[in-house]
Design a protein around this ligand. Structure first.
Ligand SMILES: C[S@@+](CC[C@H](N)C(=O)[O-])C[C@H]1O[C@@H](n2cnc3c(N)ncnc32)[C@H](O)[C@@H]1O
Length: 201
């Protein structure tokens, strides 16, 4: 199923807003840093083809990738709303507004606060996690999430090619996780893909 016209319109607005905002805004914390469209399309293809039902996103910003993920989940029978985490309360509120505009308010829950604290409190299980926040705390978040992942979990992480030093710790975790098959797709800023080759649980 394609994206609804309403979703396409909101995505186009956010793309224009993000480009203009990030060009003029010198303060990195105030940039939107939205995913490239091609990366978002690939995320959608992965989630759809693997029929993911319990997806967690770490790093919401103003909700661009959350709209892609939530609208994908909407088309998968039996899926839970997307859970997405953002530490900046203002961005989290914008994400809620944008999800609402896209008609996806019932398909995503935006949690605001520091991801590591929130992740440790979430019960799971998750069959897909998308890491798109600060790369430094991603290894700890991954360790906290491991017991909450399904046997066939799909883990995605952006910025592998754009920030290789910052993401090195996250990638290193997989040295100790032989049941994950991994690769990096050179799309956008570089998307790391890890799939647990176990059975669904
Ligand atoms: C690259 S942006 C996310 C872009 C978003 N996925 C999109 O495509 O629209 C990263 C976001 O993660 C948030 N962030 C960074 N570190 C975080 C943390 N430890 N906990 C929660 N949010 C965090 C930042 O405030 C920022 O909005």
């Amino acid at each position: 199923m394609g994206l609804s016209l309403q979703v396409q319109q909101v995505l186009a607005e956010l793309e224009a807003f993000g480009r203009a905002n990030d060009q003029r805004e010198p303060d990195r914390a105030r940039k939107m840093l939205n995913l490239e469209r091609e990366t978002a399309e690939l995320l959608r293809a992965f989630v759809l083809s693997a029929r993911r039902k319990r997806v967690l996103e770490i790093g919401t910003s103003n909700g661009y990738s959350a709209i892609w993920l939530a609208s994908t989940l909407q088309s998968i029978p039996g899926s839970a709303p997307l859970l997405t985490i953002e530490k900046d309360a203002g961005k989290a509120q914008s994400a809620r507004t944008n999800l609402q505009k896209a008609g996806l308010a019932d398909h995503a829950v935006v949690l605001d606060g520091p991801a590591t604290d929130l992740v440790s409190a979430l019960p799971g299980p998750f069959d897909c996690v998308f890491f798109d926040a600060d790369r430094i705390s991603a290894p700890e978040q991954l360790r906290l999430l491991l017991p909450k992942l399904t046997g066939d979990a799909l883990l995605l992480a952006d910025n592998v090619l754009s920030h290789p030093e910052e993401i090195a710790g996250y990638l290193k975790e997989f040295d100790e996780l032989p049941d994950f098959v991994t690769t990096t797709v050179p799309v956008g800023k570089g998307l790391h893909v890890a799939v647990r080759s176990g059975t669904a649980r």
